[in-house]
Write a protein that binds this ligand. Structure first.
Ligand code: F3S
Length: 109
C-alpha cells in the first residue's frame, strides 16, 4: 500500500506535504510531486497538509484518478525526478490552478 499524489497537484506544487513526511518519500518533477511507493509508510500525515487536497491513500483514490497510482510509481523512478525534503515556493499562479480540471495534459516530465 502507498499514498498517491493526484492530478490537482499539477501546476500547484504547494510542497507543504514534504515538510511532514517522516520518510522523505516525495519526488519532484517540473510541475508536480509524486510519492515513491517503495518508501511511503502510509502514515497519512501529508493528506491534511495539501492545500489542493491532492493526496489520497491508495484505496481511497477516486475512480477518475486511478491512473495516478501507476503514474506515481513510474515518475518516482523516472530519471530526473529527485527527492524533495523541504518546502519551497509553490508554482506561480498555484491558487488559480487549484481545483481546475483537465490538468493531466499539462504534466511536465
Ligand atoms: Fe502537490 Fe499538495 Fe504536495 S499540491 S506538492 S501534493 S502539498
Amino acid at each position: 500500500m502507498t499514498h498517491v499524489v493526484t492530478e490537482n497537484c499539477i501546476k500547484c506544487k504547494y510542497t507543504d506535504c514534504v515538510d511532514v513526511c517522516p520518510v522523505d518519500c516525495f519526488r519532484e518533477g517540473p510541475n508536480m510531486l509524486v510519492i515513491d511507493p517503495d518508501e511511503c509508510i502510509d502514515c497519512a500525515v501529508c493528506i491534511p497538509e495539501c492545500p489542493a487536497d491532492a493526496i489520497f491513500a491508495e484505496e481511497d483514490v477516486p475512480a477518475d484518478q486511478l491512473p495516478f497510482i501507476k503514474l506515481n510509481a513510474d515518475l518516482a523512478f523516472a530519471k530526473g525526478w529527485t527527492s524533495i525534503t523541504k518546502r519551497k515556493a509553490s508554482m506561480p499562479d498555484a491558487d488559480e490552478w487549484n481545483g481546475k480540471d483537465g490538468k493531466l495534459g499539462m504534466l511536465e516530465r
